[in-house]
Design a protein around this ligand. Sequence first.
Ligand SMILES: Nc1ncnc2c1ncn2[C@@H]1O[C@H](COP(=O)(O)OP(=O)(O)O)[C@@H](O)[C@H]1O
Ligand SMILES: [Mg+2]
Length: 351
Amino acid sequence: MKIDFFNIHSPQAVSAVKNSKNISTQPENRPSFTGAADIFAKKFIETQKEIDEIFLKNPEDNWIAGSLPQGWLEKLQKFPEDTRKDVTQKIFLAFRAAVKHLKPYNAPKTSKDYSINGQNKENRNAKEASKYLTKALRHFGIIPETNSVNFKRRKVFGQYINRGYVLKEKGQNPTLEKLFIKIFKKTNPDILDTNYNGVKAETAHWLNLNQINCKYISKIYWGDIKGNFIASEYATPPKYISPIVKFKAAYNTLQDFYHDFQKQTGIDVTELIDRNITPGKTNPKGLYVPKSKEEIIIGYLQSELDEAGLRHLDLHKDNAVIGTDENGKAIVKIIDIGGVVKKIKLPKQQI
Ligand SMILES: Nc1ncnc2c1ncn2[C@@H]1O[C@H](COP(=O)(O)OP(=O)(O)O)[C@@H](O)[C@H]1O
Ligand SMILES: [Mg+2]
C-alpha cells in the first residue's frame, strides 16, 4: 500500500508519523540526507551541469539542499533521532506543495489582460497554501494548535524573482524565524554552463556563502530546485530608523560620522579600517565629508567576500538592504547572492 504523505491527515499518514520508527524507507547506512548541501558548503560549484550531477547522485535529497531554520529543528527534537531526517523531508515536501499552490498572478493592473478575478484567485491561493502549511506544521509539532503560518506577498523588483513572500508565524508567543520565499521566474533549464543566477546556482552558491558566517549576509535555509524557490533569512525592516541609509553632506567631527554610520548600518568603523577602507576625508573647514554610501557599504561587503575568494558582480542598492539584528538594531544585509562568482586566481608573477 502506498502511503500518501502529502495528505497529511490521511489516517495512514497520521499513524505513520506517530509511529515514525516505521516510516524510514531507506536502508540504515544510507548516505547523509544533506548530501548535496554538504558538497555545496565545501566547494563553490560553478556550472549547472555539476550542480545537476550532485543532485542526481543524491536522490534522497529530492532536489532540495539546505536545512530548516534552527528554531524549527528544535521542535523536531521530540522525534526519535533516526526518524528526524524523514520528518524534515516531509516538511520540505509539504512546503513544496504549499509553494506550488501559490501561483503568482503577474498581469500588470494597466494591461488589458488584467482581471480582478485573476488577482482574487492569487489571494485565495495564498490563503489556501497558508492553511495547508499551517496544518502540516501543526501536525509535525513545529507550531502549536493555537498558531498558524501565513504567506504574505511582498512588493519586489528583480530580474529573476517572480514573487517574494514572507512566511511568518502568528498566534500566541510566536517563536519561529521568519522566512523569505523567493520564487524564481521560469528559466531555460538547458543552460548547463556557468550561470550565477537562478534557483540552482543561487542554492548551491548561497550554501557555500553560509560558511563565511558573515552577519552582513543573510543566510539561506534551503533551496528547492523542483519547487523553483529558495527560503532564506528574512531581513526585517527596522522599526525606529529608516531602511534607507542616508548620510549628511558633512559632519562636525569624524566621531559624529562614525556614530551615525554605525547606527544606520550596524558596521563598526574599525571594521572598515581593518579592511583599509577610508570612508571619507576632512575638508578645509575641518568638517568630515563621507564618501557615498554605495562606495563605503559595497566596498566593505565586497571585502567580506574577498576574504573567501569570491566577488559579487551585482551588488547594488536593491541587493543589500537594511534589516535588523537580534537586538532590533539596524544592520546591512546582502539578500541577493545571484551574481557571486569565484575569483580567478592569477598565477604569481615570476620574477
Ligand atoms: N531575504 C530577504 N529579506 C528581505 N527582502 C528580500 C529578501 N530577499 C529578497 N528581498 C526583496 O526582494 C527583492 C528581489 O529579490 P532578489 O533576490 O534581489 O531578486 P532578483 O534575483 O530578481 O534580483 C529584493 O530587492 C528585496 O527587496
Ligand atoms: Mg536582486
